[in-house]
Design a binder for this molecule. Structure first.
Ligand code: IPM
Ligand code: MN
Length: 353
């Protein structure tokens, strides 16, 4: 039986709560088996010790098969500090350049968009995850004066742009559905990086004549995610645009609490990281009300990426059945069950399979 070593970072906010539900679900699989190493990397740790990640910690992640991540963000620590010291270094250091964020409208869940039924929304956003607008380059001078200047630089490399666009085309082939890739930029206003991205997209697409293509500006795409979500299959976008679009796609499928995310190093040189899209959700901390399904679906993505297709499918099936039945669900999707009750329901379904 295969045994996987998983680094677990519950992190901040509701992260630790949902991650424990994800762990119970993975344990319920029985085969494959997992060994979980819980790391206390978080804003709490930062407040206690001055460090989010202990010395040498980042290096140690290399020895794991995957990283299972909860959330990051704390009411008492400025976001740019948390993010630039915990999650973004992991994504960059382990070259997890493909951020894969599927949005599927499950039977039994109501979309806030009129006229959308089960499966009508079935898209995946491939977000560039290591450079673009998130490149940690810039500076500030003349602090707190009228002359203050802040510069934030976006970085688009040929290497980085080509590989994410290629990944999107490969994903369209793997999914095998509509076989369409939509590329998102803002090349009408950002004449360097985004025009470059458009050119790379034009070049890469020639190698995929079997895939339909479309190129949209981010503002129009934001509108179309609401107006015609059923027309999207694979969407490829820069780091920031992908970030924004995946909050929209998450809510179109009924709740942020149903949206998983994978930060992949597709070459498997480094461990990949799996997390829910929703983040810390301060208002829900400790209430046992947060929806664990986004994390459980992230766990499904993790086992699938590890090569355990059957186990991944089993988790998805259990989630789909829970949602179809609609008996045990958290308040975000109209129920009154707790986090733990929903988690237990998924575990029960897996144990009975
Ligand atoms: C996400 C989050 C992060 C991001 C934050 C926490 C840095 O919003 O994973 O979508 O912007 O990448
Ligand atoms: Mn986000």
């Amino acid at each position: 039986m295969t045994n996987y070593e998983i680094a677990v970072i519950g992190g901040d906010g509701v992260g630790p709560e949902v991650i424990e539900e994800g762990i119970r679900v993975l344990e319920a699989l029985g085969d494959p088996a997992f060994r979980f190493t819980r790391l206390d990397w978080s804003s709490d740790r930062y407040k206690r010790t001055g460090r989010f990640i202990p010395d040498g910690g980042l290096d140690e992640l290399a020895s794991f098969d995957a990283i299972f991540f909860g959330a990051v963000g704390d009411e008492e620590v400025q976001d740019h500090i948390t993010l630039n010291n915990l999650i973004l270094p992991i994504r960059r250091r382990y070259d997890q350049y493909a951020c894969v964020r599927p949005a599927y409208l499950y039977e039994g869940v109501r979309s806030p968009l009129a006229g959308q039924g089960p499966g009508d929304i079935d898209l995946v956003v491939i977000r560039e995850n290591t450079e673009g607008e998130y490149a940690d380059i810039g500076g500030r001078v003349y602090h707190q004066t009228d002359q203050e200047v802040a510069i934030q630089t976006s970085v688009f490399t040929r290497h980085g742009t080509e590989r994410i666009i290629r990944y999107a085309f490969e994903e369209a082939r793997r999914r095998g559905g509509r076989r369409k890739v939509t590329s998102i930029t803002k090349s009408n206003a950002q004449g360097y990086g985004m025009v470059f991205w458009d050119e790379v997209f034009e070049n890469v697409k020639d190698a995929y004549p079997d895939i339909e293509t479309e190129s949209l500006l981010i503002d129009a795409a934001a509108m179309d995610f609401v107006r015609r979500p059923q027309d999207f299959d694979v969407v490829v976008a820069s780091n920031l645009f992908g970030d924004i679009l995946t909050d929209i796609s998450a809510i179109t499928i009924g709740s942020m609490g149903l949206a998983p995310s994978a930060n992949l190093n597709p070459e498997r040189v480094n461990p990949s990281m799996f997390e829910p899209v929703h983040g810390s959700a301060f208002e829900l901390i400790g209430k046992n009300q947060v929806n664990p399904l986004a994390t459980i679906l992230a766990a499904a993505m993790m086992v699938e990426f590890l090569g355990e297709a059957e186990a991944g499918a089993a988790i998805r099936k259990a989630v789909a059945e829970n949602l179809r039945e609609g008996r045990l669900r958290t308040p975000d999707i109209g129920g009154s069950s707790s986090t733990a009750e929903v988690g237990k329901d998924i575990v029960r379904r897996l144990e009975q399979r």
